[in-house]
Design a binder for this molecule. Sequence first.
Ligand code: SF4
Length: 342
Amino acid sequence: MITRSPAKVQTATPLLATDNSWQRQLSQAIRSPEALCRRLDLDPACLPGAAQGHALFEVCVPEAYLARIVPGDPHDPLLRQVLPLAAEAETPAGFVSDPLAEAAHTPRRGLIHKYAGRVLLIASPTCAINCRYCFRRHFPYDANAPSRAQWQQSLDYLRDDTSIHEAILSGGDPLAASDRQLAWLVGELEAIPHLRRLRIHTRLPVVIPERIDAALLDWLAASRLQKVVVLHINHANEIDSSVVAACERLKRASATLLSQSVLLRGVNDSVDAQAALSERLFEAGVLPYYLHVLDPVAGAAHFDVPDEEARELVAGLREILPGFLMPRLVREIPGEASKTPL
Ligand code: SF4
């Protein structure tokens, strides 16, 4: 088993004791099962299992996200996403460490080129939260953290391939990188004439909404590239007023906001939960985009929802939602030219 380090703060400026910056919130995130159980009034009987899961993939949950979890409720849908379980040690057949075979599509360090016209850049090896079902929970971030010189090799790759029109910043969470680093990278991307779009896949505006601050909005709003921010949100309870405000700030920076979710057993595997999510997303100015079935990553099998059940759920959703609130149910299959609709 591979373990991954918890998020580390990257900041260019010293932190003040009184500030509520995203860097401070990240530095004070809960990083042990004991602290998580204590903070949420959970039955101490869950600790041995939590410790077992934590040994495989470490706990990281910031306070802003914890505040949306109902204390004492072991079935809270947000808690389920962050609480390690003994079940993570189980590895049923078909659940592997690299379920999307990304290692086969990495022509440069930190650059993944799977689909025509777009490439994915690992802009940060860390996240603000460690989601138990993450398909990259075993990703070799250390081997994919480029130096500035290695970034130039990735940028050369993009410059040399005029068929690439879109750069996707991913991670980890790309917004866990400092604004100085991101402003530099986006500046380099803007200078590539055939690039038209910048897409950012992130969970940080949901986990710590204060991440969408003036420093970020400066470089984002100034970019000539069309901006698409794909927010990773799985449940309506994740969207509180501070998340709505962060979405409004992103829209003012001319970003188109889409969402992607993962269908997770015990979190959002009902028509009611999915309908509430779509409605809440739209209220926040975000269009539902993808509903992914679980990628079969080792340690997350207990979240799996069978395809037939997923199709029935989406059929039920279609009966009550307008078409523009319907996410596309998809699976990512290694080697396919795009996501596969179910
Ligand atoms: S799902 Fe996204 S935010 Fe969560 S651990 Fe994985 S990369 Fe990080």
